[in-house]
Design a protein around this ligand. Structure first.
Ligand code: FDA
Length: 324
């Protein structure tokens, strides 16, 4: 059996845990960054390493009728300098987007802003990003990391939202606490991006069975759609998307009252079909050098991606050995 076939038959949860645990391995990251073999596969999910590359990818998406939010890749920084440098990159990205007529909309991870080093440092980095957003009337979304960061992320979002309302936060249907969190965010007039959750969570905090995660997504999605405020449904799951459309039609909720969100490089066919049908579809566009943990989570979501990557590597390696 080939490695790709082995990967295909492993249980989904085993694969997911394996790739998520690999996402924390810095040595692997360095090896992967150096290897030219992984680059074409990474390029499917990551818009480039530089801002200029990302701007070109975003302009292409805009021409196809797609909206965007930008993630300057990075997470779990280990020093105040790195956190400040990450905030600087967002501060530079927002006006660059606005000056080219692109969506000044960014997605930020708080562990990249120094949340684990010092909450005050994190807050001051976030405030700088909010100032940059305010200057161009932009939007800032706080990504959600694993369940140990949920409280801190929601608290910081709340603070940010009080000073600048064009902000939003993410809720994961995998977490048992999410229904209560949604109610708190709605009461504060906040905007939610609903996703399933990309992290390997313990049973005490999360549903591990996929059908329960999906059922919870459907329940939270209905609550958000019928709440009267504007939210984002982040999923590539065709069943949930069809259900969202059915709820909206049943309740008379206009296509301008919510949006779908999808990841760069994932279900590009569906992205375009929905946009052509008149729905707002926003693509999450990551760029930067620190793509390894993000890329590993994308592999974890879909075992077929691993086979796809391994086949590309074998093909390249065979070509190299044959001297092409
Ligand atoms: P599911 O995993 O069931 O996939 C449904 C279908 O989509 C699959 O059958 C496949 O066709 C396709 N698909 C999904 N993932 C794929 C992949 N990687 N490669 C190829 N095909 C794929 N998570 C989080 O914890 N915190 C966050 O802040 C965010 N933010 C976020 C923003 C946006 C815009 C999106 C779309 C997603 C996130 N996520 C996230 C990730 C999210 O939690 C989840 O891991 C992925 O979206 C995959 O879940 P789906 O809802 O697509 O369903």
């Amino acid at each position: 059996m080939s490695v790709a076939d082995t990967v295909r038959v492993l249980p989904h949860r085993t694969m997911r845990s394996l790739f998520i645990s690999l996402s924390h391995r810095g040595s692997l990251a360095r090896m992967a960054v150096r290897s030219p073999l992984t680059r074409p596969v990474v390029a499917r999910f990551v818009a480039g390493e530089t801002l200029e590359e990302a701007l070109a990818a975003i302009a292409t998406l805009k021409r196809a009728g797609l909206r965007t939010t930008v993630d300057v890749l990075g997470e779990s920084v280990t020093s105040a300098e790195l956190a400040a440098a990450a905030a600087d990159r967002y501060v530079a990205t927002l006006p660059a987007l606005a000056s080219r007529g692109l969506d000044a909309n960014v997605s930020v991870k708080l562990t990249q802003m120094g949340m684990e080093i010092d909450p005050e440092l994190c807050l001051s980095n976030v405030m700088r990003i909010l100032d940059a957003a305010r200057a161009v009337d932009g939007f800032v979304r706080f990504d959600m990391e694993d369940h140990t960061r949920t409280d801190a992320t929601l608290a910081l979002w709340q603070k940010a939202h009080e000073g600048y309302p064009k902000t939003g936060v993410v809720i994961q249907s995998a977490l048992r606490r999410s229904a209560a969190d949604v109610e708190r965010i709605l009461a504060a007039g906040g905007r939610v991006r609903l996703c399933k959750g990309a992290y390997d969570e313990p049973r005490s905090a999360a549903y591990v069975d996929r059908s329960t995660v999906d059922a919870n997504y459907a329940k939270l999605m209905e609550r958000l759609l019928t709440s009267g405020s504007y939210h984002a449904l982040a999923t590539h799951d065709p069943k949930l998307i069809a259900r969202a459309i059915a709820i909206a039609e049943r309740e008379g909720i206009g296509r301008d009252r919510f949006e779908f969100q999808m990841l760069y490089g994932v279900r590009r066919d569906l992205q375009r079909t929905l946009a052509e049908r008149g729905y707002t579809v926003r693509i999450y566009v990551p760029y930067g050098h620190e793509w390894f943990p993000y890329f590993m989570r994308r592999l974890a979501e879909r075992p077929a991606n691993v086979g796809f990557m391994l086949r590309a590597i074998v093909k390249e390696e065979t070509r190299r050995l044959r001297g092409h």
